[in-house]
Ligand binder design. Structure first.
Ligand code: DO4
Ligand code: MG
Length: 278
């Protein structure tokens, strides 16, 4: 579906990628194609709908240590705050090659209002609010979405070789609530990212940042993801976190996370303990 002013118009395509493919076959931009369907048609109100992931991303990849805030947080968790030497996080922040890692598959990725899970073997877990790039198989940016790269700071801090376990488990990634098409965005570096965490429905943490604090260019991250790699239509690349809760903060079961990117919407996810979730 396409939304305009919080109204929702049906699109005659089975999914996001089919819509883009149809636009390409008509030599049309996706924006022009979908706009035809929002004119003079019946509509629904966005608030009345139960949303799913805006696309079934076959793979979600993520970039790391792309903001100074993230570098500082990693240095803290790797050294328990006793930083006295240059770390590999400092090095990767400045290196030509960025950190890119495999984050999720469609089956592990949840959408708006679905629970994200906490790992049972971690005592220090946070959401990572990130701008997500929606890519086609050639690495072209089709649009932007919001994503949560759920992370275990203690597991990663213990040993960087544990990164896949600190990042990948059931329901450890969420995306949505919508995709804003590339043609509808004047400057993606102007996106603001806001993260709120509620505990007992009271605000426990709020932080915000802007994508213009990103150390790298978005195309640079896509370049390294696609270099000698095969990606698939609808792949998402999360571009790194710029908002980190205080070091003493850890998520708890029944918290609720909101990641807002104005223009994309609010990605809302309750938090559940993974061993209570079946
Ligand atoms: O270095 C580990 C991961 C960093 C990350 O996920 C981020 O900066 O967002
Ligand atoms: Mg991250």
């Amino acid at each position: 579906a396409v939304t305009e002013d919080n109204l929702v118009f049906d699109l005659p395509f089975s999914d996001f990628v089919s819509m883009v493919t149809e636009a390409q076959s008509q030599n049309e931009t996706p924006l022009n194609l979908v706009q035809q369907f929002s004119k003079n048609q019946s509509h629904l109100a966005l608030a009345e709908l139960e949303l799913t992931t805006p696309l079934d991303a076959p793979e979600v990849w993520a970039a790391g240590v792309t903001y100074k805030k993230s570098k500082e947080a990693r240095n803290y968790e790797a050294t328990q705050g006793k930083l006295n030497a240059e770390t590999f996080y400092d090095k990767v922040y400045d290196a030509t090659r960025p950190e890119i890692f495999f984050k999720s598959t469609a089956a592990r990725t949840v959408g708006p209002n679905d629970p994200v899970y906490l790992r049972s073997d971690s005592n220090w877990q946070i959401p990572e609010p990130e701008l997500g790039l929606v890519l086609d198989k050639s690495g072209n940016i089709l649009g932007y979405t919001a994503g949560n790269d759920m992370s275990c700071r203690d597991i990663e801090g213990e040993n960087p070789l544990y990164l896949p376990q600190a990042k990948v488990w059931k329901h450890s990634c969420s995306i949505g609530p919508s995709i804003i098409l590339k043609e509808a965005v004047v400057d993606p570096y102007e996106f603001e990212i806001i993260c709120r965490i509620f505990r007992n429905e009271e605000l426990a943490f709020e932080g915000r940042a802007q994508v213009n604090q990103l150390k790298r260019k978005l195309e640079e991250l896509v370049h390294y993801l696609t270099l000698d790699n095969e990606i698939f239509d609808g792949t998402i690349l999360l571009t790194g976190t710029c908002v980190v809760p205080p070091n003493e903060f850890t998520l708890r079961e029944h918290d609720r996370i909101e990641i807002e990117i104005p223009g994309i919407g609010i990605l809302n996810n309750p938090v559940l303990q993974s061993d209570h979730s079946t």
